[in-house]
Design a binder for this molecule. Structure first.
Ligand SMILES: O=C(O)CCC(=O)C(=O)O
Length: 255
């Protein structure tokens, strides 16, 4: 992670868990245009497992802190012939790699001193040299500016990984799906994570279904960021842990 800007964690999901996730993606796929591939934890219980694997959580928190937030969770089915030629860094729309948000005083330099955000690609299919494995440019997380690092296409390395592995990378790292040259679709679940004090792609504390949150227990309160919700009342009326008004102010609750 420190040297290349990415790592492959094997055996995070079992074969059975991958089968369940693949079947759920197939079931959801027809309604993709209506958002069925967004916020997957609300769509099928198979996806709840992804943020419940202690080894993966430990790895994420090593880089982003104990209060790291899940930023979104979406599905990917890379069809035969799709992928390739789309290298990019993440966080260009809502994160710290957003062009418009660079200040004149930044002198064109993005944040490379710390990991501000990670992406985790869960390999529901095996990622092979044929089926569109994610490719990543080693060391590009340290590229100081927002523009494409020189020779990115030439330097990009495919992340070959077994089923159930997770490709974790710094959001700064240039990456993209390679071309799927096989005749089968490649399945994956994409899970970006961010620091507690940044704005996420979704305000998941408000998006997560109550029963999904309940099943996630105390960890869920942290992962979905109940405590990260900004107060809509004055601070003396607000309970930071639950992200809700204090008991004496419940009459001011908005949802
Ligand atoms: O599907 C892949 O291999 C890459 C996904 C990607 O580029 C992203 O999540 O930003």
């Amino acid at each position: 992670m420190r040297q290349d800007g990415f790592a492959i964690l094997p055996n995070i999901l079992t074969e059975g868990e991958c089968d369940a996730a693949r079947d759920a993606l197939d079931r959801l796929e027809p309604n993709r245009a209506q958002g069925s591939f967004e916020c997957l934890f609300n769509k099928d219980r198979a996806f709840e497992r992804i943020y419940q694997v202690p080894d993966l959580l430990k790895f994420i928190r090593y880089f982003l802190g104990a209060d790291a937030l899940l930023s979104s969770m979406h599905g990917s089915i890379l069809a035969p012939g799709a992928g390739g030629g789309a290298l990019h860094a993440d966080g260009a729309i809502t994160g710290h790699n957003r062009d418009t948000s660079l200040a004149p005083a930044d002198a064109g330099l993005r944040i490379t001193s710390h990991v501000v955000a990670l992406n985790c690609i869960v390999c529901i299919s095996e990622f092979t040299d044929q089926n569109g494995a994610t490719e990543l440019v080693p060391g590009s997380h340290l590229h100081p500016t927002l523009d494409r690092p020189a020779d990115a296409e030439v330097r990009a390395k495919p992340a070959f990984a077994g089923r159930g592995s997770v490709v974790v990378f710094n959001a700064n790292t240039w990456h993209g799906p390679s071309k799927n040259r096989s005749d089968l679709p490649r399945y994956a679940v994409l899970n970006p994570w961010r620091r507690y004090w940044t704005r996420c792609e979704y305000e998941l504390a408000r998006v997560v279904a109550p029963e999904v949150l309940a099943r996630a227990g105390e960890e869920g309160q942290v992962i979905f960021g109940m405590g990260a919700l900004p107060p809509y009342l004055e601070i003396w009326q607000w309970d930071r842990n639950s992200g809700r008004p204090k008991e004496e102010a419940t009459h001011l609750q908005r949802d």
